[in-house]
Write a protein that binds this ligand. Structure first.
Ligand code: FE
Ligand code: ZN
Length: 531
């Protein structure tokens, strides 16, 4: 075919190109009403008058998207190759750091996958072309995040326990129901609730609390593989955060009736997201042999300061700080310690190896948590250390009461009294339900029918629903706890149990010639603040 007589195609500007490649994908239906095609747009009560008002600040077209992402993948896999060939898994600070990677692959990689599903739903259900394209790209990003995390951590899985069954564990292990139920709650909301929950409350408001300290933590602890996938994901994150802010502003500008709905979702999803992040607080304070900064400080920077500025900006729309934010501020000096104490007590039922903090670590805590650590947590750890020395280490073999919403054991303390456990309850249809906080109770009371049947691991164990096929609970010598662990994919003594007795610690010393639990270079200096 000859082109000789055609005038050469005019080069389009970026904006024209974007409009051509995206906006034209939307059309008015002819033989089906639009409401039938977009079935979920109205039932939450959100009012949209003009989808065209939604602007995508990135104006990214699909061809450019694939080009950028392909480039990032090539770099990432080249570094991963080098990491594997150099046995990078032995160059990290300590085997304690590897326990944090287990929590990551068990608890986070598959919520990326759930997120991928959620954004696919958005790219189908939102009627505006701009947000649909952005949601489709994010769906692809999230799938990529799951894959790159699995590929990166697969090198560690060759040498260390607790990672091989992560997809199986994600659906069954008690503490993994916390992130799992969080994301499934979001995906089963309507499209506008989902996008406010994930794109705004999680990605925009809270994600820095995961990314910044976590990725700097990986760098500090010599884990070049995790740093690389972190940075590769972080440039996607910039796009996701923008989507979150744009969608919230769009909803608020479309109709004043949207304001109270958006506020309600911000309240709910701030609290749910914050409760999931408790996991990150323990990882930051306890599981990084070389610390970046304490949780309380990260919380001050990324939530109190940055979040405070954001809400000051949103005030012109009638939006205020999320309900119960002041409780989160009160808890900042406590949650990592309260959580680590729970993991230590239930270490035999964990898919990683908890330990008691050393003297050096406790001194670091005393310095970083001057108001709480020496008074509330040091005496407990010292007592437990004494029991270990006496050869009768403390183990909690009672199953804990779980919160009906966030699914954490009742481990959090009263906002105004850190010596008392916080319990809340309510009655619904003559049944009693229990909560860890006013925040979780509020969420239940607003939508009880959504949560009455929550799959709470402890309740399921007691009801006999956590047994592998063929296990007979009436057989002589039946051990309910051991059987529940098998069901959850935790091999007792291999995946969990205390660090010093683990094969991981033993192998670490044999393979690297370095003692596990070594503390050289542990304490961080102000350089961390620049990270
Ligand atoms: Fe992601
Ligand atoms: Zn709760």
């Amino acid at each position: 075919m000859s082109n000789e007589n055609q005038t050469p195609a005019k080069k389009l500007t970026l904006k024209e190109n974007y409009a051509l490649m995206t906006r034209d994908l939307g059309w008015e239906t002819s033989y089906q009403p639009m409401d039938e095609v977009f079935r979920y747009l109205k039932f939450e009560g959100i009012k949209i008058h003009d989808w065209e008002k939604w602007e995508d600040p990135f104006r990214l077209t699909m061809d450019a998207y694939w080009k950028y992402q392909g480039e990032k993948e090539r770099k990432l896999y080249a570094i991963m190759d080098a990491f594997q060939q150099n046995n990078g898994q032995f160059n990290v600070t300590d085997v304690r750091y590897i326990q944090a990677l287990k929590v990551f692959i068990q608890g986070f990689s598959l919520i990326e996958y759930t997120s991928h599903r959620g954004f696919n739903i958005m790219s189908r259900e939102l009627a505006g072309v701009g947000p649909r394209i952005a949601a489709e790209m994010q769906a692809l990003d999230e799938l990529r995040h799951t894959q790159t995390q699995i590929h990166t951590l697969s090198q560690y899985n060759r040498y260390f326990a607790g990672m091989e069954e992560f997809p199986y564990m994600f659906d069954r292990t008690w503490y993994l129901s916390i992130p799992k139920s969080f994301f499934e709650d979001a995906v089963t909301g309507g499209p506008f609730e989902f996008i406010v929950a994930i794109s705004f409350a999680l990605e925009y408001l809270l994600t820095n609390l995961v990314f910044m300290p976590w990725m700097s933590g990986a760098a500090y602890n010599g884990d070049m593989a995790t740093v690389t996938f972190g940075f590769s994901a972080q440039s996607d994150e910039a796009r996701h955060m923008t989507l979150g802010l744009e969608i919230v502003k769009f909803l608020l500008e479309q109709d004043p009736a949207n304001v109270p709905l958006v506020q309600k979702w911000i309240d709910k999803w701030f609290w749910r997201g914050y409760r999931v992040l408790a996991l990150v607080s323990a990882m930051m304070d306890y599981m990084l042999p070389k610390r970046v900064m304490p949780w309380c400080e990260a919380f001050e920077i990324y939530f109190e300061q940055n979040g405070g500025a954001l809400f000051a900006d949103l005030a012109r729309y009638g939006i205020r700080m999320p309900k119960h934010y002041e409780v989160a501020i009160k808890e900042k000096g406590r949650i990592s310690h309260e959580l680590w104490s729970i993991f230590y007590q239930y270490r035999d039922a964990a898919g990683f190896h908890p330990w008691l903090p050393s003297e050096e670590e406790m001194d670091w805590f005393s310095e970083k948590y001057p108001d709480t650590f020496d008074k509330l947590y040091r005496p407990r750890y010292e007592y437990w250390r004494q029991l270990e020395k006496e050869g009768r280490p403390f183990i909690n073999s009672n199953l804990p009461q779980l919160c009906q919403i966030c699914q954490w054991p009742m481990l959090f303390s009263e906002p105004d009294d850190p010596t008392q456990t916080c319990y809340r309850e309510t009655e619904y249809k003559e049944e009693k339900f229990h909560f860890c906080s006013d925040g979780c109770k509020d969420i239940f009371c607003d939508e009880p029918e959504k949560y009455v049947n929550a799959w709470l691991p402890v309740h399921q164990i007691y009801q006999g629903n956590c047994l592998l096929e063929g296990v007979d609970p009436t057989a002589p010598g039946f051990n309910p706890l051991a059987e529940a662990l098998k069901y959850m994919g935790i091999k007792p003594g291999i995946d969990g149990g205390s660090l010093s007795a683990s094969a991981d610690a033993h192998n670490w010393e044999a393979w690297t010639g370095r003692p596990h639990n070594s503390h050289e270079g542990m304490v961080t200096e102000p350089a961390a603040k620049a990270a």
